[in-house]
Write a protein that binds this ligand. Structure first.
Ligand code: XIL
Length: 297
């Protein structure tokens, strides 16, 4: 039989997963990871709190362990993430205004210098929009509405070779306010020359058997702005085969949908573990959703 990565590669796409450094000693996980996937992401180890625990003091040990394991096996790597309202260094909590803005810029420069030339993409900014389509309130947003474009301009200067992505959840339904809010930001960035290469749709699907409305239209509409799109953290309640088949087919139908990443490999790896949302079960066996995805690639 074939594998997820071989099937994805036939159309020039990738099939990715996320892993934590605790999985580096889990042979069941590692066997599937090296067999089936050609793109890797760190679940928590490249987030701001992990990489810069104290001001100017960077720690790449756990991120590098995952990066080295994956790239030694021929995988590419997505960096996740540089600026986010969650999982921030504790010291950001006592900063605001221009001091926090400068801490964000220094963080992006420090982390990107370490990984310069080594990554496929960076999720530069994660989850900056609220459900109603306006900016999410956060300490970073309070530094001024331009914080996102400053993050992208800083990132481009720090590593011109890596794709720069904006990543968010609940932006799959085309008629949803949050999707429109993010779409308008990307459109504005492209119009004004703010450097951005890709939009990551996390694709955390909950319930039901059909996709969020017009999912493929969302992908093609973002792509028409001149960015790649990717499904960056896919997981689906009870691993609905029809939703997995549908999200895969939607990506395949959009030329600039470059790949799909699932947020973990087995249900036991998932942050939504009780919902059994992934392609492999707790005994490392492929589930019906695996076959549905494989056949749609
Ligand atoms: C999650 C991790 O899976 C958990 O281990 C952690 O406790 C919280 O973050 N959106 C994202 C990811 O962009 O970084 C999140 O990962 C899941 C939601």
């Amino acid at each position: 039989g074939t594998t997820l990565k071989a099937a994805a590669e036939r159309s020039g796409r990738y099939f990715g997963a996320a892993m934590g450094s605790d999985r580096l000693s889990d042979s069941g996980f590692l066997n599937i990871a090296s067999r089936e996937f050609d793109m890797m992401t760190a679940v928590n180890e490249m987030k701001p709190d992990a990489t810069e625990p104290n001001p100017g003091q960077f720690d790449f040990s756990r991120g590098d362990a995952i990066y080295n394991w994956a790239t030694q096996r021929g995988m590419r790597f997505r960096g996740h993430t540089l600026a986010w309202h969650a999982q921030q260094p504790r010291f950001w909590g006592s900063l605001s205004g221009s001091a926090l803005r400068q801490a964000m810029i220094s963080h992006i420069n420090g982390v990107m210098a370490h990984y310069k030339g080594k990554l496929y993409a960076w999720d530069v900014v994660n989850e900056a929009y609220a459900e109603n389509g306006t900016r999410r309130s956060s300490n970073l947003q309070s530094t001024g509405n331009d914080w996102i474009e400053v993050a992208f301009r800083t990132a481009r200067a720090a590593d011109p070779s890596v794709k720069l992505c904006y990543n968010d959840y609940n932006i799959e339904n085309w008629t949803y306010a949050k999707t429109q809010g993010v779409y308008n930001m990307i459109k504005d960035f492209k119009a004004r020359g703010v450097p951005i290469d890709c939009v990551g749709l996390q694709t955390h699907f909950t319930g039901g058997s059909s996709l969020p409305g017009n999912f493929q239209t969302t992908l093609s509409s973002f792509a028409a702005l001149g960015v790649d799109v990717a499904l960056t953290e896919a997981d689906v309640t009870n691993a609905s085969t029809s939703q997995y088949q549908g999200l895969t087919q939607a990506c395949m139908n959009v030329p600039r949908c470059v790949g799909i990443t699932t947020w973990g490999i087995r249900d036991s790896d998932s942050w939504r573990g009780s919902e059994n949302p992934l392609l492999f079960d707790r005994s490392s066996n492929p589930k019906p959703a695996y076959t549905a995805v494989l056949n749609a690639l």
